[in-house]
Design a binder for this molecule. Structure first.
Ligand code: GLU
Length: 305
């Protein structure tokens, strides 16, 4: 496995420098775009990494996998009254579709959907602070690492520049699809986006999705196998903003990206993979990260198809 990773590292290196880091907040705009790291954790706990695989970065929208998991656990299919499970075909922070569709977001991985998921968690756990603590505790549990924390500078900056997300939440509130205070829920949302992890921790934390909902190392059941199937399906169809179809076409694995430059992918029954390379393509997905995952499934044949 390490040979494949080394080969990929070599092959993607000439691409570093293409794409652009996220610029909507200074903390992300100042990241070195030339970094690349890739980590794999197998279901038996063995792991492999190359490049900057232990460099911490802002997980951003990858956090939406964890919050969706908790909301699914809390509400089961009742969740889908408030958020659908269709690809949006629109940019992750688009307001237009939400207006047409009466405040019901297309899926839990676009911003509006993840904000509604956070709202449901604030209701379920009674305060925004408790909701955030539960999300973080869940990440500690599935990564097996209690040192994972929030970057408060990123989180504060997200809030200061969060007008579009405030607009999305307010629009949903106007349609009656929002129970709590908009700003309080957004605090939970921005904090969970601002969690910092490295590729190794991320790949470890996704193993429950590679093993039907049960952490293959601790043997703890985190969700049931039907729920794991649902999450993987949505990662495949909606995990990469409006380029989800292209990612599925090229990589052939369930995955979720974030504008911090991370992408996680799941090989059911076998492993989870995380890549980090902060320069993004025009759809907001890591340019080199996507290429690295495409090379991985091409070289190993380990796609779900
Ligand atoms: N915190 C970011 C936002 O809400 C998440 C962006 C992302 O990774 O998609 O704008």
């Amino acid at each position: 496995m390490i040979d494949v990773l080394n080969e990929i590292h070599q092959e993607v290196s000439p691409l570093l420098g293409q794409g652009k880091v996220a610029e909507y907040i200074p903390a992300l705009a100042n990241v070195d775009p030339m970094q690349f790291g890739m980590a794999i954790t197998l279901n038996d706990g063995q792991y492999y990494g190359v490049g900057s695989y232990q460099t911490p970065f802002s997980i951003q929208s990858i956090s939406k996998v964890f919050s969706y998991t908790l909301a699914l656990r809390a509400y089961q299919n009742g969740l889908y009254k408030r958020v659908w499970r269709e690809p949006s075909g629109n940019p992750f922070n688009s307001l237009v579709q939400l207006e047409y569709e009466a405040g019901i977001p297309r899926n839990p991985f676009i911003n509006a959907g993840a904000i509604v998921v956070c709202d449901s968690l604030v209701s379920h756990f009674s305060t925004n602070e408790k909701a955030f603590n539960e999300i973080l505790a869940f990440i500690h549990q599935c990564s097996g690492d209690k040192s994972i924390a929030v970057d408060e500078v990123v989180s504060t900056s997200e809030m200061e520049h969060g007008y579009r997300n405030i607009a999305l939440a307010s629009l949903m509130k106007s349609f009656g699809n929002f129970d709590n205070d908009v700003i309080e829920v957004l605090q939970t949302y921005f904090k969970h986006c601002s969690i910092v992890m490295n590729a190794q921790q991320l790949s470890r934390s996704m193993l429950y999705l590679a093993n039907d909902g049960t952490d293959p190392i601790t043997k703890q059941q985190l969700i049931n196998s039907t729920q794991a199937k649902r999450i993987n399906s949505l990662m495949l169809t909606c995990g990469h903003y409006d380029a989800s179809g292209d990612f599925a076409f090229r990589v052939g694995l369930p995955g979720k990206s974030g504008v911090g430059g991370g992408i996680v992918a799941v090989v059911p029954g076998k492993m989870a993979i995380a890549v980090y390379s902060p320069a993004l393509n025009e759809s907001g997905n890591s340019l080199v990260g996507t290429k690295a995952l495409e090379l991985f499934t091409t070289k190993t044949g380990l796609s779900i198809f």
